[in-house]
Write a protein that binds this ligand. Structure first.
Ligand SMILES: Cc1ncc(C[n+]2csc(CCOP(=O)(O)OP(=O)(O)O)c2C)c(N)n1
Length: 328
């Protein structure tokens, strides 16, 4: 490769990394604003934040084509944003407003965005893995080349539904990537108290499925490693199981005081923060303080606008509720 080609490549990578940085910051600020709104009682029900795991969502989506699918559990705001859902649609859904992605009827755990290929937002632990297998079956049946990424937590790794889903995905050679976001605690239970092995990707061995395992704070590493699984799914129609080690800085949900771990542990993990890592790369590539300030201002304006939009939006009138009920 010539020097000029290398430089062009570096410029391209820099532009991409800037976008990933901006999207990770977008997720973090949207989540912080929703935590604030929750404390002001503008949001009801549960609220599970993605803060700390942003590089997983952004890196994963960077490995996809826009027509590919993403599904996840109830910790869904970050992945929805990464897949293209607007901050307005997110905040309005959280505020239970008609302008939200699910018309305010789903709330935090039930985001959905068909146009962007974001197929939920699912509240029952492990229940969406069979759905992801079904989505991948449909892709293969139609021959449309679409890949499905299915995210779940370490707490779902031993669910029976997860095994049925993986077994059939491997047997039928389906274009699905199962991604266990191992943030170390399902609710308040450390993985060591719920699983006899430390590495949940070993489950793939039982099905003869390809597997991978790595840390999820470096967005470029996440993109490239998930990219390999996406290529396997698209070109060879084969599933992969990936465990990504990550950490959530906040409690399981807003009501969790986090007594099962120390403040020191959380502070230690923050030293490997995904935004810090991306920023350090970017600084080495010559990006200066002004650019970071401009990104911060742009994201702040986006989030402020989303909160205002959600505040001012109407709730769905009660007489329209039946429109969304299906009876056979
Ligand atoms: C089938 C089922 N059992 C129990 C619950 C209650 N529950 C909600 S979240 C959760 C912990 C899941 O942890 P994990 O899968 O690791 O995801 P994380 O919250 O860490 O992202 C539990 C037990 C549920 N929603 N569904």
């Amino acid at each position: 490769m010539s020097r000029i080609e290398r430089e062009v490549l570096q410029e391209e990578e820099k532009a991409k990394l800037l976008k990933y940085y901006r999207d990770m910051l977008g997720i973090r600020r949207v989540e912080e604003a929703s935590a604030k709104a929750y404390s002001q009682q503008k949001i009801g029900g549960f609220l599970h934040l993605y803060i700390g795991q942003e590089a997983v969502g952004v890196g994963a989506v960077a490995a996809l084509q826009p027509t590919d699918y993403v599904m996840t559990s109830y910790r869904d705001h970050g992945l929805a944003y990464a897949k293209g859902m607007s901050a307005r649609a997110i905040m309005a859904e959280l505020f239970a407003k008609e302008t939200g992605c699910s018309k305010g009827l789903g709330g935090s755990m039930h985001f959905f965005d068909k146009e962007n290929g974001f197929l939920g937002g699912w509240g029952i632990v492990g229940a969406h893995l069979p759905l992801a297998t079904g989505v991948a079956f449909a892709s293969k049946y139609r021959g449309d080349g679409r890949v499905c990424l299915c995210f779940y937590g370490d707490g779902a790794a031993s669910q029976g539904a997860a095994h049925e889903a993986m077994s059939l995905a491997a047997l039928w050679k389906l274009p699905v990537v199962f991604i266990c976001e191992n943030n170390m605690y399902s609710m308040g239970t450390p993985l060591s108290r719920s699983l006899s092995v430390e590495d949940t990707s070993q489950k793939a061995l039982a099905y003869g499925m390809a597997r991978d395992r790595f840390d999820g704070n470096d967005v470029l590493l996440v993109r490239d490693r998930i990219g390999e699984a996406v290529r396997r799914a698209r070109e060879e129609s084969l599933p992969t199981l990936i465990e990504i080690r990550c950490y959530r800085y906040r409690g399981h949900s807003m009501s969790d005081p986090g007594l099962y771990r120390t403040k020191e542990e959380v502070e230690e993990m923050k030293k490997q923060d995904c935004l810090l890592i991306a920023r350090t790369y970017l600084e080495k590539l010559g990006v200066g303080e002004d650019k970071f300030k401009a990104i911060e201002a742009e994201v702040k304006a986006e989030v402020d606008d989303a909160v205002k939009f959600a505040d001012e939006s109407p709730v769905l009138p009660a007489e329209r509720l039946e429109e969304f009920v299906t009876v056979d």
